[in-house]
Design a protein. Structure first.
Length: 442
């Protein structure tokens, strides 16, 4: 075993972190597919003659099928597992990118985006489930931040790179190249990912570390936990609170993911190339806060004995409150001021995001994580559908982004209230053990 394979502080092998980076690369690649359309606004308008309202619907079309798949995909994940579902999804999103590149009509582009939504639907619920399998509780925030921050970093590098490809070679080539990158990741995922029980490279020592089982003599431990129905989970206050709060985050996330280049170009009169370059600034900041605050800092404090519930709640609620900085962009008259406020907003939300994505494995049993992740992402994608469409209507009617950002702030306020009053303490519900004995979930 090489020195690189050992944790410098604990001597524990680090196979689990290779899996975390595999998941992160997957998110990076599939967000290239997602931002491709926002970068192509002007080119698609010229090619198909679409209005701002029609473009808003096109931007959200991916989320329609993505959202429809979320509740069933959680059930499928819990039955078939991350490996099989991940392989199918990765292949489908690759095909969708090539489909967008060759489509002769606007209808074909809509069809490609619908297929993209189906292919990428398992990504975040599957990643949340995989992190629950591969990491002990004390490391899940950092592990989650690796794949969650990739969504921000993808926009930071993807928008300028895809924008330059588009300006040099045309919008069809920008979609084709993301298709080739997606196929490469499909082959990588197929070869590497396995669950811990099936991975021959996982040592017994690291396996015990991941399981983090209470070894106290006489302590009750049950390896088999009963699955909850989807309907039962939908009725749980913690799940509802997390779904509403995360939905408010995703509204702002998709607003910026889909409309930020157009906002910089339209509202602040920045040329297209510079709008692509400036777009990367808040996403770079978001990547940093995602990893350092929502990931590293949370695990650092928890591992040093701080109250885990308090740490996670402060970052979750405080980060979402920082999202209200989006209101500052409403009155901005310069690119610098707009980018500062937008960076504060998406930076705070990004710090909260990995905490949010680590919660399904903390509030649900091992056999229910996929379903809870699907519920959360269903709420997210409803926001992903609504945000681009509402923005298209508001910009078309008002020729201003003031109310665009105002609506975001209202939703964030509702989300903060849901975290405070519905989510409550971050913990598992008691497990019903054989013989009627209740024990705390681990």
């Amino acid at each position: 075993m090489t020195a690189q394979e050992l944790d410098s502080s604990t001597g524990i092998p680090r196979r689990r972190w290779g899996i975390a980076w595999l998941l992160g690369i997957g998110v990076l690649v599939n967000y290239f597919d997602r931002v491709n359309l926002s970068v192509s606004h002007a080119s698609l308008t010229a090619a198909f003659g679409i209005s701002d309202i029609a473009f808003g619907y096109l931007l959200s079309s991916y989320n329609w099928t993505y959202a429809m798949c979320q509740l069933p995909i959680g059930v499928v994940l819990d039955k078939l597992g991350v490996r099989r579902v991940g392989r199918i999804g990765t292949f489908l999103w690759s095909v969708a990118s090539f489909g967008a590149a060759v489509t002769p009509s606007l209808g074909g582009l809509f069809g490609a985006r619908f297929l993209l939504g189906v292919g990428e639907a398992p990504t975040f619920p599957a990643n949340a489930k995989a992190v629950g399998f591969w990491f002990p509780v004390k490391e899940r925030s950092l592990a989650t931040s690796i794949f969650d921050s990739a969504a921000k970093f993808s926009s930071a590098i993807g928008v300028p790179i895809i924008g330059i490809i588009l300006l040099k070679a045309g919008w069809r080539w920008s979609f084709a190249i993301t298709g080739f990158v997606s196929l490469a990741y499909f082959a990588y995922f197929w070869r590497v990912y396995k669950d811990p029980d099936d991975d021959p490279l996982l040592s017994e020592r690291e396996r015990r570390y991941i399981e983090d089982v209470d070894e106290t003599p006489g302590a009750p431990h049950y390896t088999e936990e009963k699955q909850s129905s989807l309907l039962h989970l939908l009725s749980q206050r913690k799940v509802i609170g997390l779904a509403i709060g995360f939905g408010s985050y995703n509204y702002v996330f998709y607003l910026l993911l889909t409309w930020l280049p157009s906002y910089l170009s339209f509202a602040l009169h920045i040329d297209l190339l510079h709008s692509f370059l400036y777009t990367s600034v808040p996403w770079i900041f978001a990547t940093i806060t995602d990893i350092l605050v929502g990931g590293w800092l949370v695990d650092f404090l928890v591992q040093r004995g701080w109250n885990a519930n308090l740490v996670r709640k402060v970052i979750l609620i405080g980060g979402t409150a920082c999202g209200l900085g989006i209101l500052g962009a409403a009155g901005a008259h310069s690119a610098t001021r707009a980018l500062i406020w937008i960076s504060i907003s998406i930076g705070g939300l990004s710090a909260a995001a990995p905490v949010g994505w680590s919660l399904p494995s903390l509030i649900a049993s091992r056999n229910d994580v996929g379903k809870v992740g699907g519920i959360i992402n269903f709420s997210n994608q409803i926001s992903g559908i609504v945000a681009p469409i509402v923005t298209g209507y508001l910009v078309s009617a008002l020729h201003s982004y003031t109310w665009v950002f105002g609506v975001s702030a209202i939703y964030l306020t509702i989300g903060i209230a849901a975290y405070i009053f519905l989510l409550g303490k971050i913990e598992r519900a008691p497990i019903q053990a054989p013989g009627g004995l209740q024990v705390d979930g681990k």
